[in-house]
Design a protein around this ligand. Sequence first.
Ligand SMILES: [Mg+2]
Length: 125
Amino acid sequence: MDNQGRTLVSFDIDGTLEMGDPPGPLSAGFVLRTQQSGCLIGSCSDRTIREQSAMWDAAGIVPDFVVVKNQLDSVRERFTSPRYVHIGDTHVDAHFAKQASFEFIFVLDLARRLDSPCEPFEDFI
Ligand SMILES: [Mg+2]
């Protein structure tokens, strides 16, 4: 598949997604909408690959990638994209995003912007 031109968005789980423990502010619907808008999506979490895959299964979403937190750079090697974004809730997320040359979006900043309904969806990420 030709991935050129598709923004790649990596989601942390715990504290970031509603399916996390603790639950975060982003819904499965938001992730699905991100994917449907043309982005490559997946998770990058402290959880095992098996646990992350089970979470996606339960949410009815087929992710493009699933990696453990310190392997975000492997996603960059697998997909050619004009833009790599990681969304998370802690400084650990920010650290690994920086290490893998991903933009980092703090989930609470994103959640605040989601409260402004006038913004077109494409502008959220
Ligand atoms: Mg987290």
